[in-house]
Design a binder for this molecule. Structure first.
Ligand SMILES: *[C@@H]1O[C@H](CO)[C@@H](O)[C@H](O)[C@H]1NC(C)=O
Ligand SMILES: *[C@@H]1O[C@H](CO)[C@@H](O)[C@H](O)[C@H]1NC(C)=O
Ligand SMILES: *[C@@H]1O[C@H](CO)[C@@H](O)[C@H](O)[C@H]1NC(C)=O
Ligand SMILES: *[C@@H]1O[C@H](CO)[C@@H](O)[C@H](O)[C@H]1NC(C)=O
Ligand SMILES: *[C@@H]1O[C@H](CO)[C@@H](O)[C@H](O)[C@H]1NC(C)=O
Ligand SMILES: *[C@@H]1O[C@H](CO)[C@@H](O)[C@H](O)[C@H]1NC(C)=O
Length: 862
């Protein structure tokens, strides 16, 4: 069984801060995006929108030139119906001509077109075209930016996403393509039901195994996942327990959900409008978009009330539309849905081979479970006592996914929760039978064998053995159409180099060598052909060879193929701890031939040919990424321009106020008439420039206009700054003057004493040293005196003759000279007495001690 370690955060533990990366979890719904960030040192919670909302509307759009996200983008649909893109989840890898796309067209007012890959793109009102992947990528990037902002700018690249368990390989590819266009990396995909189960298990222990159904009713679908929870030893024979979550069955309905209810409610409104006004609103994109929004609003009101008033001003044809909608009427148009609400639960039970008796509870989650008629249907189906509302309706999946992602990255201190998930579509391998004889060119037979039946564990692999002589290709495809109009084919793998490899093995004594191909079902639910080899047992006369023959290790003799090309055997999953956790949308071919140590397998060449809806190519993704980056750059430039303009405008008003103030303000006191005049002149000029040409100007123009006025203002500001600074600098300067004088007086006394009294301690300083300092001091005093006198004559609105910076610089020179002497080592004492030796020790002071003798206050200031 596949094991994925998932973690409950008792607390986030930081191993080494620099090595850690954050994990972003995204639950991308049809109506709402929920996101959560797992980051060292950050509280674990859902990510908040710019306006502190916990869920973010899944919409991107443009209001003319400006790109908008979330509710801003949703709310403009009524004005710009072809520029607001919602419910994109319906369209991930949807074939352009499929019923899913027709359905989308019935709920959306956008303009669709087909991409070169056969999927959907949109045409905006400005004519530009955007693929679904690009629009989803923009939303992923928007979420990423929110996350990075919340981390103070730290980069976020690893993302884990929830997907519905029914998502096909193509749909999963579309999710990952969007992540890559957004410049991020997919850590894993997790089924949303399993993510909710992880969230459920976080705070619970399971003494004996329990079965629960996670019932998730979203906007675009309803799904039920039957999961078991059990405590298992973390390691074999270990006392430590882990929680094992196992998925046993899934049921779903891709045609029922909140959106379908919205659609039916809007149909009611359309009929009412038609009845009252006899006009066809369907042709009016704006009107339809407004009614869509109103239907959602009315549905929400009807969840809590038995009636609601629908009201749209100027809906279409200049008509203000108002009508009453009752819950009873709404429920009657949804009557046929009622039995569909509960059927995923029964499907999940059938899938798992269990009955409702085995189920402890049905855990409700998803926005559509707020609708009373859905609640009633589920209650009727499962009974009141089994209905559980013990997880967060909106956030359980994303929080579970974040924990799962944290477990994968193994950087967080975690509770041990393991998920054993399943694939729910039958996946088969198909290939052409080899012609029995050269002449037998009649009709090629196709052989189909299911390799991963529905219910197969993800994170497993199977080795297929073929008795083939020539190169051939195998296809992986769905046995049944996953959704009407969706393709069956997943990929094709051409295996070549077979005749040469078989010839080599035969030459070396192998009997009946075969071709083996390994197919993989990754943890994220992708299938691929991982490698292909030629294999033959070579007669080995050594002891180990004989032993191996005895125990039949690696033997394929039991395969006993009934026909030449039969798929002889599919082995049980080999490698249960294989780390297929990273999403691998397209397998990498292994072209180089290598021979195994046993010399009995030879790698074959694999060429993967992708399906009718291939994932985007590297070049396509790069092109999309460049388009998104261009928008980002444009928006950044626009923001900078906006900022420069605002800054200029703000500055102009401030300067105007300065000029209008009375004469007591520092600005007025420190400025000259002529300066003010020239500022006023420039100010008027700039105001009228801003008024006339401000809208077409460049960022640099705004900046240049501002600095033109600033250059006149700057000397004025400098003057009043100096008026503040100067006394402080002067004080400090005088302090040094004063300390130096004090020092000199004392040092002279010591020198005189040592010369006159032989018992006195020797002087630390020579006369020359003291004279030099005396000279520096006198020069400093003289300079200071002269400059201060000059400065006294300077008026407030004139530039100072003595700058505080110069004052500090000069004081520093004096200080340095003084410090040099203070730090000087005392001369050696010839005959140390106890007292003199003590004093000599204390004066052999380190720099730090010497500095304690510095004049107080002086050092800090300079
Ligand atoms: C499910 O319930 C049936 C009948 O109550 C019981 O026989 C069976 O063992 C249960 N299965 C599991 C897996 O608990
Ligand atoms: C078979 O493979 C071995 C190992 O790579 C190589 O040395 C040898 O030349 C090959 N023989 C033939 C006939 O291709
Ligand atoms: C690859 O797939 C395409 C589309 O299915 C098909 O037209 C083409 O022939 C295939 N190429 C090979 C080499 O099989
Ligand atoms: C003067 O001598 C005394 C006593 O020896 C000493 O503590 C002091 O640091 C000396 N002062 C100077 C400036 O050298
Ligand atoms: C420097 O200090 C001396 C002694 O304290 C004082 O007489 C003199 O006026 C000071 N000079 C200046 C410029 O402050
Ligand atoms: C000068 O500095 C001293 C010491 O830092 C302080 O006590 C005194 O108040 C200051 N005088 C002026 C005018 O700033």
């Amino acid at each position: 069984m596949n094991r994925i370690l998932v973690a409950l955060l008792l607390w986030l533990s930081v191993v080494s801060h620099s090595a850690l990366a954050s994990v972003l979890a995204i639950d991308y719904g049809s109506d709402w995006i929920k996101a959560s960030l797992m980051s060292p040192g950050t509280p674990f919670d859902v990510l908040l929108n710019k306006d502190s909302k916990r869920k973010i509307q899944s919409t991107v759009g443009w209001k003319k030139e400006d790109r908008l996200f979330a509710s801003d983008a949703f709310n403009i649909a009524g004005r710009f119906p072809t520029d607001s893109f919602s419910s994109l989840k319906y369209l991930q890898a949807a074939p352009y001509d499929s019923p899913a796309v027709s359905y989308y067209i019935s709920i959306s007012s956008t303009e669709l077109l087909e991409t070169s890959r056969g999927t959907v793109a949109f045409r905006r009102s400005d004519g530009s075209e955007w693929s679904v992947e690009e629009l989803v990528a923009m939303q992923f990037a928007y979420i990423r930016d929110l996350a990075e902002t919340s981390l103070g700018g730290e980069k976020v690249t690893d993302v884990i996403l929830t997907v519905p368990p029914y998502y096909t390989q193509h749909e999963r590819d579309a999710v990952i393509d969007a992540v890559e266009i957004a410049g991020m990396r997919t850590l894993a995909l997790i089924h949303d039901g399993s993510a909710v189960a992880v969230n459920y298990a976080m705070t619970r222990t399971f003494e004996k195994p329990e079965y629960h159904i996670i019932y998730d009713a979203g906007a675009s679908s309803i799904r039920a996942s039957l999961v078991s929870f059990a405590s298992v030893p973390a390691e074999p024979k270990s006392k430590q327990l882990a929680t094992q979550i196992t998925v046993h069955g899934v049921g779903y309905d891709r045609q029922v959900g909140g959106t379908e209810m919205d659609r039916r409610l809007r149909e009611m409104l359309i009929r009412e409008f038609d009845k009252k006004h006899h006009k066809d609103i369907r042709a009016d994109r704006r009107g339809m978009a407004k009614l869509w929004k109103e239907a959602g609003r009315v549905k929400a009101i009807l969840s809590a009330n038995t009636e609601a008033m629908a009201s749209v001003e100027s809906l279409a044809f200049d008509i203000d539309f108002r009508t009453k909608v009752t819950r009873a009427d709404f429920e009657s148009v949804c009557k046929d849905l009622k039995q569909r609400f509960a059927s995923p639960i029964y499907d999940a039970l059938d899938f798992a081979g269990l009955t409702m008796d085995n189920i402890t509870s049905v855990i409700l989650t998803g926005g559509a479970t707020r609708t009373p008629m859905l609640q009633a249907a589920i209650k009727a189906a499962v009974g009141d006592d089994k209905l559980a509302r013990n997880v967060n309706t909106d956030e359980a999946a994303v929080l579970g996914a974040a924990l799962y992602g944290a477990g994968l990255s193994r950087q967080f201190k975690t509770k041990d929760i393991r998920v054993g998930d399943i694939n729910i579509h039958d996946i088969q391998v198909s290939y052409q039978a080899e012609a029995k004889a050269k002449s037998d060119a009649a009709k090629p037979r196709t052989i189909n064998t299911v390799v991963f039946p529905a219910g197969s564990r993800v994170g497993s692999r199977k080795t297929l053995t073929f008795k083939r002589k020539d190169n051939f290709a195998i296809q992986l495809n769905y046995k049944n159409q996953p959704l009407a109009g969706y393709p069956l084919d997943i990929l094709e793998a051409e295996i070549s180099g077979i005749p040469e490899a078989l010839g080599n093995l035969t030459e070396r004594g192998a009997i009946d060598p075969v071709v083996k191909a390994t197919v993989v079902l990754s943890d994220s639910g992708f299938v691929s052909v991982q490698d292909a080899v030629a294999f033959g047992e070579i007669k080995d006369d050594s002891i180990t060879g004989k032993l191996k023959g005895l125990f039949g290790s690696g033997s394929s003799s039991d395969a006993a193929p009934t026909e030449q090309e039969t798929l002889a055997r599919s082995e049980a999953p080999e490698d249960e701890s294989s780390s297929e956790s990273s999403a691998t949308p397209s397998p990498t071919p292994t072209p180089e031939k290598k021979v195994s140590p046993k010399d009995n397998t030879i790698a074959l060449e694999l060429k993967i040919n992708l399906s009718s809806i291939p994932p985007m190519s590297v070049a396509q993704k790069r092109a999309s990424r460049d388009r998104l980056a261009a928008i980002d750059r444009e928006e950044a430039a626009k923001r900078r321009k906006e900022e420069a303009r605002n800054s200029l405008e703000g500055y102009l008003y401030r300067v105007r106020d300065l000029l209008e103030e009375d004469s007591t303000t520092p600005f007025m006191k420190c400025s000259q008439e002529q300066e003010r005049n020239s500022m006023r002149e420039k100010l008027d000029e700039t105001f009228s420039w801003l008024y006339d040409q401000g809208d077409d100007a460049q960022t640099a123009d705004y900046i240049q206009k501002r600095s033109a006025i600033e250059s006149i203002e700057r000397p004025v500001i400098h003057r009043y700054k100096e008026i503040e600074e100067f006394p402080k600098a002067l004080n400090s300067s005088q302090m040094w003057n004063w300390s130096t004088r004090l020092f000199l007086t004392e040092a002279h006394q010591n020198l005189t004493a040592s010369l006159e009294d032989p018992n006195a301690p020797p002087s630390k300083y020579t006369r020359e040293e003291l004279d030099a300092l005396e000279k520096t001091l006198r020069e400093h005093e003289a300079w200071l005196h002269e400059m201060v006198e000059k400065q006294k004559l300077v008026k407030m609105n004139e530039d100072p003759v003595l700058e505080s910076s110069v004052l500090k610089e000069k004081a520093k020179k004096l200080e340095n000279h003084l410090q040099r002497l203070v730090k000087k080592k005392p001369p050696r004492v010839k005959k140390p007495t106890t007292s003199s030796s003590a004093s000599s020790t204390s004066s052999t002071s380190t720099g730090e001690q010497a500095r304690e003798t510095e004049p107080a206050g002086g050092h800090d200031e300079l």
